[in-house]
Design a protein around this ligand. Structure first.
Ligand SMILES: C[S@@+](CC[C@H](N)C(=O)[O-])C[C@H]1O[C@@H](n2cnc3c(N)ncnc32)[C@H](O)[C@@H]1O
Length: 247
């Protein structure tokens, strides 16, 4: 499943409806609230990438953030995000844009978020690195970037990856799979792609993008999420990284 197919997946009415429901019913995870309150402050200019219908952006708005730009490459998601924005009388600036080609000036944001593993839904490592470098560029020196990943290992048992490795070694993996760690799962709305990286892989990608890791931890390390959040989303790792101050 390549980039345009992933966009088509997220543009489906049924998928958009699920995210509308999450925006209205789930809101910010408990862990997201804790993390965002700690690393950002409401007067800052925040960029949210892969915003869907605005679950995170509207959560930030409720926390008092007033300068939020939120982008998604799926037009239907953005359409619904804008509709909800109107219903809530909120002022989030939602735009259609691709995280791999950001239409913003350099050094224009104080913080960025690519939540709910959205960064890992960009196929191919080189494209994820392009996204990371682009995010680095639009952040001011000293600014913070927060994203989440599913580590390869704690979430899927080793047998799964052993089998995947054997298939890979024999060249019989699915023709869509470009890189080890790519994972497709059957969702109610079709096959969905996510890359499950190793800790070292993300550390290397961040390093080549210029980011410095400030903190990284699992969601379960900071709180027990309520059932509604656990039903909506699996466990994940948070990465809190920053663009260093210039020398
Ligand atoms: C897992 S959903 C998360 C949506 C929302 N952030 C939430 O937590 O409810 C990932 C979102 O990222 C978007 N996305 C994936 N790749 C993208 C890209 N290259 N540029 C912009 N958005 C992208 C998808 O359209 C989808 O809405």
């Amino acid at each position: 499943m390549k980039g345009d197919t992933i966009k088509a997946y997220f543009n489906q009415d049924a998928v958009v409806e699920d995210y509308v429901s999450a925006t209205n019913r789930v809101g910010l995870w408990q862990s997201e609230k804790i993390v965002f309150r700690q690393i950002f402050s409401p007067e800052q200019r925040i960029l949210e990438l892969g915003c869907g219908t605005g679950r995170i952006a509207q959560g930030l708005w409720k926390l008092g953030f007033r300068d939020i730009t939120a982008i998604d490459f799926a037009p239907r998601m953005v359409e619904e995000a804008q509709r909800i924005n109107g219903v809530l009388n909120a002022g989030v600036n939602f735009q259609v844009a691709d995280a791999c080609a950001l239409p913003f000036e350099d050094q224009s944001f104080d913080g960025a978020i690519f939540g709910f593993n959205g960064l890992m839904q960009i196929p191919k490592r080189e494209n994820r690195r392009i996204a990371m470098r682009g995010i680095f560029q639009v952040l001011k020196p000293g600014a913070t970037f927060c994203f989440t990943t599913h580590d390869r290992g704690p979430f899927l048992n080793n047998d799964f990856w052993d089998k995947e490795q054997s298939a890979w070694d024999e060249g019989v993996q699915h023709p869509d799979i470009d890189e080890f760690g790519d994972l497709y799962y059957e969702s109610p709305h079709g096959r969905l792609f996510i890359h499950t990286p190793t800790f070292d892989e993300i550390s290397e990608d961040l390093n080549q993008s210029g980011f410095k890791v400030y903190a990284t931890f699992f969601r379960w390390d900071i709180c027990q999420e309520p059932e509604i959040v656990r039903e909506f989303s699996d466990e994940c790792r948070f990465w809190i990284v920053h663009r260093p101050q210039e020398a």
